[in-house]
Write a protein that binds this ligand. Structure first.
Ligand SMILES: *Cc1c(COP(=O)(O)O)cnc(C)c1O
Length: 379
């Protein structure tokens, strides 16, 4: 077994060192049963009854994420969106939440659409300005500050320690979408966050072949029980094979995150000097407005995500994406292969994202080859 102070590298490589008790297998089995035998005296001594509530194939992944995040418990979900919506579905009509102006598009749309229609008040604020966050608080009403950092697709970095203090001063919680930071680069709970969410579809799995989400809590309280109830009642649960693949992917998480981050930093530095590029958005660059904060809050790298604003506007950006050979023109992020996307095209006409922006997810390929491909596409 790994020990209480094992590093993320060791915890991931051995998936906490779990051994299957009956067979001594060093890789956990996939449990496919949807139902469990009741004891003769009508009890469920195994603690399991039906798979919508509980599945032994979730245990290892949930335990591993809990350890990496230094939390109290984790739930796996059927998608990042299922994990992201659960904390809001556990609120009550009349409650108020504060979200960043620019953030993961599909969640922003759901919060401003259906959630608002169900009677939750949602305010958008520029989270780089802490006074604005403070001013948006409604004591007694505000229940969640939702922070995604670095945030899609402009890669702003938000001060989690300060946001946690603001949230707690009015009895609210700080929930963090830490998908792009990964548990390797940032530990939100150590900075005061109450909930940490991952689109496990992205870096945690890392191979573009599993849709999954996770939610980790700093403490198991009544609100967490409500979130557990949302997962079970809505059936937002992960399939057994996906849960197994997720753990297999996480075994290499620290290696992948390091390589993606190194490639992203190299690309950001090189592209900043490219005549076809107007601006590079990446927290690892000294030119980034929150670079000092990113240095404090992120450890061991600035992540694999960057965006470039292409000279010549939307047409030039779309032309660059059309010309790449090695990069894959596709949405999503966090896989071993590099992806490029004209973000405004997928977000539609009401997007706050600049039309000249290309979002890049740096994979683990050769950085030089990735740069050469972009350079030929930009000319
Ligand atoms: C992809 C993503 C999500 C949603 O995850 P799905 O697994 O696609 O539902 C949420 N937040 C961020 C930052 C993401 O990149």
């Amino acid at each position: 077994m790994t020990s209480n102070n094992s590093s993320p590298e060791t915890l991931c490589a051995q998936a906490m060192g779990w051994i299957d008790e009956t067979t001594k297998a060093i890789v956990q089995p996939v449990h496919v049963s949807t139902t469990y035998l009741r004891d003769e005296d009508n009890e469920y001594r195994s603690g399991r009854s039906y798979v919508r509530g509980d599945n032994p194939t979730w245990d290892q992944g949930e335990a591993l994420i809990t350890r990496l995040e230094n939390g109290a418990a984790t739930l796996l979900f059927s998608a990042g969106m299922a994990a992201a919506t659960a904390p809001f579905l556990a609120l009550r009509p009349g409650d108020h939440v504060v979200i960043p102006e620019v953030m993961y598009w599909a969640l922003r749309k759901w919060l401003l659409g259906p959630l608002t229609e169900w009677g939750i008040k949602v305010d958008l604020v520029d989270m780089t300005e802490l006074e604005r966050v403070q001013a948006a608080m409604r004591p007694g009403k505000t229940k969640i500050i939702w922070a995604e950092t670095p945030s899609n697709p402009m890669w702003q970095v938000f001060d989690l320690k300060a946001l946690a203090e603001i949230a707690h001063s009015v009895g609210a919680r700080l929930a963090v979408d830490s998908t792009c930071a990964t548990p390797i680069l940032t530990q939100p709970i150590a900075l005061g966050a109450d909930l940490v969410m991952h689109a496990a579809t992205k870096y945690l799995n890392g191979h573009s072949d599993v849709l999954a989400g996770s939610l980790t809590t700093a403490r198991q309280d009544e609100y967490w029980q409500r979130i557990c109830g949302v997962r079970t009642s809505c059936g937002a649960v992960l399939g057994s094979f996906e849960a197994w693949l997720l753990v297999r992917g996480m075994r290499t998480l620290p290696l992948r995150v390091k390589q993606c981050s190194a490639n992203a930093l190299y690309l950001a530095e090189q592209l900043e000097r490219h005549p076809g590029v107007e601006q590079v958005l990446y927290p690892g660059l000294p030119s980034h407005p929150q670079h000092a904060l990113a240095r404090r809050q992120m450890h061991g790298g600035f992540g694999g995500m960057l965006s470039i604003r292409v000279k010549g506007g939307e047409a030039a950006a779309v032309r660059c994406a059309a010309r790449v050979q090695l990069w894959k023109r596709a949405t999503s992020l966090g896989g071993v292969e590099s992806l490029i996307e004209h973000r405004a095209s997928i977000e539609g006409p009401s997007t706050p994202v600049p039309r000249d922006l290309l979002r890049l997810s740096a994979g683990i390929e050769s950085g030089e080859e990735l740069l050469a491909d972009l350079a030929q596409a930009l000319t």
